[in-house]
Design a protein around this ligand. Structure first.
Ligand SMILES: *[C@@H]1O[C@H](CO)[C@@H](O)[C@H](O)[C@H]1NC(C)=O
Ligand SMILES: *[C@@H]1O[C@H](CO)[C@@H](O)[C@H](O)[C@H]1NC(C)=O
Ligand SMILES: *[C@@H]1O[C@H](CO)[C@@H](O)[C@H](O)[C@H]1NC(C)=O
Ligand SMILES: *[C@@H]1O[C@H](CO)[C@@H](O)[C@H](O)[C@H]1NC(C)=O
Ligand SMILES: *[C@@H]1O[C@H](CO)[C@@H](O)[C@H](O)[C@H]1NC(C)=O
Ligand SMILES: *[C@@H]1O[C@H](CO)[C@@H](O)[C@H](O)[C@H]1NC(C)=O
Ligand SMILES: *[C@@H]1O[C@H](CO)[C@@H](O)[C@H](O)[C@H]1NC(C)=O
Ligand SMILES: *[C@@H]1O[C@H](CO)[C@@H](O)[C@H](O)[C@H]1NC(C)=O
Ligand SMILES: *[C@@H]1O[C@H](CO)[C@@H](O)[C@H](O)[C@H]1NC(C)=O
Length: 525
């Protein structure tokens, strides 16, 4: 009896049979004698996890797969086999209803043709972290099905990441045409050549395509034209992508686009994103060369709700009109419905209040770890954003720090908010009015300068034209308290010949050091 021999071999191989309460289950599910198993609620199916070395030849034998006295297959729901040295996967998998097969990290070099053909219920096949260099087009050959070409008919998700593929045979997926998720990340494609393009484009149902760290410089023209159902595209880690692939505009159903760790430098209206009205999520993080995001660079993303522009060490400005789409009807602009905004850990010294239409409609926000300058242009961060931020995420809100001017480095925006202090502007000569004149300080004096009483709503009214040039004008101050200081202010400004140069607002980095911060009571800080 071959079965008896298998059992004996098993006993010899493992040395003992543990007599536990799970024994019954293990008899029903022989693979559970070798591997860890989880059973479903009524013990009718098992999820098997084999992370240790297995007796390779044995696990494909019927003993592990069929009930001993019938031909019915054992109800494994999923099978994970990791850390085995398969090299060449030559054994045919026995018939099983399993829906997931994970063969990651097994040093698989070659897979024999149609080894998976008996796994007609398999939805997910994971071949990640192996040594595959080529995949023969018959690898995924399945069983006869009317009007189909020997399909693995249930397969929807195929993971081939972390292998050694350079190209794909054009018929690689001819038996798996219903694949919706394909992961080819961490293979050295460098370019998507014609056969590879043909193979990928044969997947008309493809919804998610992962091409992280594949050495790509761009995508072939028209590649996304055939992938009409594509919803997720991950091009992260391809450092040589520094231009938008032109085919992107053909991704009419794209919802998530990941461009972490790519080579973009300046994103402008011209080289920025095409119209992708269905896009909801964009990741643009860890782009070490990304420097500036210009006006309308993201204006094609009219439905964007989750934007992550984070960990870009060189990103020093995002134009206040980077996101909206100019409207040809009203002459104004329409902002996307952002709900989650992550712009932390960049090199932003200023944040524009117009960046999103309504900060109070955000559900997640991260602006931490930016070298924010605590002076008047960022005053809105303290006055307007901080109360909103505290509601969105109190913990994060309290962690936003000042990076300049030097006197302010020890403080958070929350400190300033709590003290209800007003951050001050440099005068245009770079002087420090708090040293040579008490007047301006007096102007700003008063306990409730910005809070409920709206004393100095827009003490300075900043007006920026579309080129990003800003001018200062004296604000529409409301509240009686402001009137007298205002007059003093005007007198002071007049004395100092400010008016001649008021239309100018120096934002160059060199000016940071010249700018300074003022609380009316400087010693508070
Ligand atoms: C066992 O439970 C699963 C859900 O965990 C259910 O789908 C299945 O129908 C149940 N089978 C029996 C025989 O009760
Ligand atoms: C066959 O399997 C049943 C349980 O499925 C077990 O009780 C029986 O002992 C097995 N017979 C042999 C010959 O292994
Ligand atoms: C199992 O299937 C084989 C052929 O695949 C057949 O010869 C055998 O009789 C079947 N056994 C039972 C118990 O149905
Ligand atoms: C396997 O699936 C088939 C139909 O797809 C079903 O008839 C059979 O009972 C299943 N076997 C097990 C062990 O779940
Ligand atoms: C794997 O298959 C290749 C080609 O079929 C062969 O050259 C190689 O020796 C095989 N390796 C092992 C470990 O069987
Ligand atoms: C990016 O923009 C900055 C100014 O914002 C400019 O100095 C730089 O030359 C631009 N770089 C490229 C590669 O266009
Ligand atoms: C924009 O998003 C909404 C809701 O998320 C969705 O109903 C709508 O179809 C999207 N618009 C486009 C053009 O995809
Ligand atoms: C992109 O990078 C950010 C952090 O730098 C990370 O949170 C996010 O998950 C990354 N996106 C993808 C798709 O890996
Ligand atoms: C606005 O522009 C769109 C195309 O961008 C055009 O279809 C539409 O007719 C324009 N509307 C007006 C009022 O000009």
């Amino acid at each position: 009896m071959i079965r008896m021999r298998n059992i004996l071999q098993f006993i010899l191989f493992w040395g003992f049979v543990t007599l536990t309460t799970a024994e019954l289950d293990k008899n029903k599910f022989p693979l559970c004698k070798l591997c860890k198993c989880n059973f479903n609620a009524n013990d009718t199916a098992a999820d098997v996890m084999c992370k240790e070395l297995l007796p390779y030849d044995h696990i494909f034998q019927d003993y592990f797969w069929k009930l001993n006295n019938t031909n019915e297959s054992i109800a494994y729901n999923s099978l994970v086999i990791n850390n085995n040295n398969f090299n060449n996967l030559t054994e045919l998998f026995p018939k099983s209803n399993l829906t997931l097969l994970n063969l990651a990290e097994n040093n698989i070099v070659i897979i024999k043709d149609s080894v998976f053909r008996n796994l007609q219920n398999m939805v997910v096949l994971i071949l990640s972290h192996n040594d595959l260099e080529t995949i023969h087009p018959d690898t995924f050959k399945g069983l006869y099905l009317e009007e189909r070409l020997l399909p693995l008919r249930s397969l929807r998700e195929l993971r081939l990441d972390h292998n050694k593929l350079h190209t794909l045979h054009q018929d690689t997926f001819e038996h798996t045409t219903d694949i919706e998720i394909l992961d080819l990340s961490y293979n050295d494609f460098d370019i998507i050549d014609h056969p590879t393009l043909f193979a990928i484009c044969s997947l008309a149902s493809l919804k998610e395509l992962y091409l992280q760290y594949t050495g790509l410089k761009t995508l072939p023209d028209n590649m996304l034209h055939t992938l009409r159902k594509l919803q997720v595209l991950d091009l992260s880690g391809n450092m040589e992508i520094s231009k938008m692939p032109t085919t992107l505009e053909q991704a009419i159903n794209l919802q998530k686009l990941y461009l972490n760790n790519t080579g973009f430098v300046n994103l402008t209206r011209e080289n920025g994103f095409p119209d992708l009205p269905s896009l909801k999520v964009l990741h643009l993080c860890r782009n070490e060369h990304l420097h500036h995001i210009d006006k309308y660079a993201l204006s094609g993303l009219t439905n964007l709700s989750d934007l992550r522009i984070c960990d870009n060490i060189d990103l020093s400005s995002i134009h206040e009109l980077a996101l909206p789409k100019p409207s040809n009807v009203s002459g104004g602009a329409v902002w996307p419905p952002i709900k989650k905004l992550y712009i932390g850990n960049n090199k932003l010294a200023y944040l524009e209040s117009e960046l999103v239409a309504r900060w109070d409609s955000l559900s997640e926000l991260d602006i931490r770890e930016n070298p924010l300058t605590c002076e008047c242009e960022n005053q809105w961060l303290v006055e307007d954003l901080m109360p909103i931020y505290l509601k969105i995420n109190e913990e994060m809100a309290k962690e936003v720090r000042c990076a300049a001017p030097i006197e302010m480095k020890a403080y958070t925006l929350y400190d300033i908010y709590m003290k209800k202090s007003h951050m001050r502007c440099l005068d245009v000569y770079g002087n420090r009015p708090e040293k040579d004149g008490v007047m301006l300080v007096a102007v700003l004096a008063g306990k409730n300068r910005f809070s409920e009483e709206k004393i100095d709503e827009d003490y300075y009214d900043r007006a920026c034209d579309t080129n990003g040039e800003c001018s200062l004008s004296i604000g529409r101050a409301s509240g009686i308290l402001i009137v007298i200081p205002l007059i003093l202010m005007v007198m002071y400004a007049y004395q100092r010949k400010w008016f001649s140069v008021l239309g100018f607002c120096d934002r160059s980095p060199a000016s940071y050091s010249r700018r300074f911060y003022n609380s009316t009571r400087n010693d508070d800080f």
